[in-house]
Design a protein around this ligand. Structure first.
Ligand code: HEM
Length: 485
């Protein structure tokens, strides 16, 4: 930051005190004039102006983000501002902007800072400065062949257990039950058998409690030091996760031999030179992972079941294909079904926080520092110019390769973003796919699945985008599961 030093006019007043009374008003005048001039000459970012005072567009966007983004694009074009309480999101639409967004560096539009907007109260300060290092270790750790095979066998075992339990009940709610299943697999694979045996229920409860509070408007309205109730609850949950890690890691230290060859990801980070010294950040890292891994894996499983129930022909065909398939993980029919679910039900937006002003190419609009910037995987996946009848869940489109555009690294088209692209592409793609395939294939091969006793849900179009990741069905769906003889 620069200083304005005024010339010495003589007299008894020491130079420093002269700077303060004269320099401050001058600085203010310059700053205000600069900001007014900048506002006059800089093109303002168009807003669809469906908004109410203070609340902004938060209500309308929150109620139906897809219609909001679609209508806003039609009204004001490919770059617009959504006013949210005291903040705003700047949305970019169209292939070139999507590509530019995904290629923009972390020091310009930051993924970590974007995550921090939601997760800052459940991770300890300083965690996000290690995010890149932690995510690189995750990528290496969970994608080892031996680790993936271990996770596959855990997913298969947990699928059998969950399905026997579902079959013993009259009806189950599919999103809720898929959530319990995914949580068990994620904790067992990533944290390890000890966390699974001792803390599985408490961790599930903590995840729900944090999820209920992180989107609370107080977190965005008040600065971090204000001790409002949601912030206090989040702080308590964060501290409890840290305690659990402390307890489990201390126990492991008592018996290092037992854990030496363990394939869970906590063991990997403890043995990885780049992360071994960062133990104090493991609770924060695993809290972030519970959020990153959970919601979308659940959506992948539950929506696939819902869509197969809505399309009995696909269910039967898949059952036939899986019955004589030597390796279900290579089944083209199963891969197509799951990929189509990922296309049809992906996240509504990605988040970056602008660390520097950026001019949007092809426009005279500058995205200012401090803005939240978004693109929408959901809208890309529902563009009729790319996908024929995009609202229709049609797995066969992936079996007719000429029909879907291929997204290669070198491609100029961004067409499929279920797992993101570029430097923040999802490191958990293999694990999520494998867990989903184990659950869906075991269910379809060995169980009869039907709508629950009250029949199918009335409305399949109501999507809940309030979690971080892919949407769930509002109101869930009751399903009956019975073992096939
Ligand atoms: C079907 C399930 C999943 C879907 C659809 C999904 C989707 C995504 C997407 C779209 C991104 C990029 C976000 C962005 O660029 O803004 C991402 C990043 C990430 N995902 Fe996943 N994910 C899934 C499962 C998982 C699992 C199982 C894990 C952990 C084992 C995981 C860990 C992460 C992490 C750590 C990042 C951040 C990467 C970075 O900072 O570079 N995800 N995921």
């Amino acid at each position: 930051m620069g200083h304005f030093v005024l010339p010495n006019t003589g007299g008894d007043v020491p130079p420093v005190t002269r700077i303060v009374p004269l320099g401050l008003p001058l600085l203010l005048v310059i700053a205000i004039s600069f900001s007014v001039l900048r506002k006059l000459f800089q093109k303002t970012i168009p807003s669809p102006k469906f908004s109410l005072p203070v609340i902004g567009d938060a209500l309308a966007y929150g109620k139906d983000p897809i219609s909001f983004v679609r209508d806003a694009t039609a009204k004001v074009g490919p770059v617009f501002r959504i006013n949210m309480l005291l903040n705003s999101i700047i949305f970019l639409r169209g292939n070139d902007m999507n590509k530019m967004y995904l290629e923009t560096r972390e020091d310009v539009w930051s993924f970590g800072d974007g995550m921090g907007l939601f997760l800052n109260k459940v991770v300890i300060p300083g965690y996000f400065t290690h995010l890149k290092r932690m995510v690189s270790s995750l990528n290496r750790g969970i994608n080892r062949t031996a680790a993936l095979e271990h996770y596959r066998s855990i997913a298969a075992e947990e699928a059998e257990k969950s399905l026997s339990d579902w079959a013993s009940k009259s009806d189950i709610e599919i999103f809720e039950e898929a959530s319990k299943f995914a949580h068990k697999v994620i904790v067992r694979c990533l944290m390890g058998q000890d966390f699974y045996e001792k803390n599985i229920d408490e961790l599930y409860d903590l995840l729900h409690r944090m999820e209920a509070d992180i989107g609370h408007p107080f977190n965005f309205l008040f600065p971090d030091w204000v001790p409002h109730p949601p912030a206090k609850r989040l702080g308590k949950a964060r501290d409890r996760v840290a305690e659990i890690f402390h307890e489990r890691l201390n126990e492991r230290e008592q018996d290092p031999e037992k854990w030496r060859n363990s394939l869970d990801y906590v063991s990997y980070t403890l043995n990885d030179a780049s992360t071994a010294h960062l133990k104090e950040y493991y609770p924060a890292h695993h809290t972030l992972l519970m959020f990153a891994a959970h919601t979308s894996t659940v959506a992948s499983i539950a929506w696939t079941v819902v869509q197969l129930l809505r399309s009995p022909a696909h269910m039967e065909r898949l059952r036939g294909a899986l019955s004589d398939c030597p390796n279900i993980h290579k089944s083209p029919e199963l891969l197509a079904v799951i990929k189509e679910t990922g296309r049809r039900y992906s996240g509504v937006n990605m988040l970056r926080l602008a660390r520097q002003p950026v001019q949007v190419p092809g426009t005279d609009i500058t995205v200012p520092t401090g803005s939240v910037v978004s693109i929408s995987p959901y809208m890309i996946h529902h563009d009729p110019a790319t996908y024929k009848d995009p609202e229709v869940w049609d797995p066969d489109r992936w079996l007719r390769p000429s029909e879907v555009p291929e997204q290669k690294g070198s491609s100029k088209q961004v067409t499929f973003l279920q797992f993101g692209a570029g430097s923040h592409r999802c490191p958990g793609e293999n694990m999520a796919g494998m867990v989903t395939r184990e659950m869906v294939s075991t269910l379809v091969k060995n169980y009869r699945v039907e709508w629950g006793s009250h029949g199918p849900p009335k409305d399949f179009s109501k999507l809940d985008f309030t979690k971080i990741g892919s949407p769930w069905l509002v109101g869930d769906a009751s399903v009956s599961v019975r073992r096939l003889e």
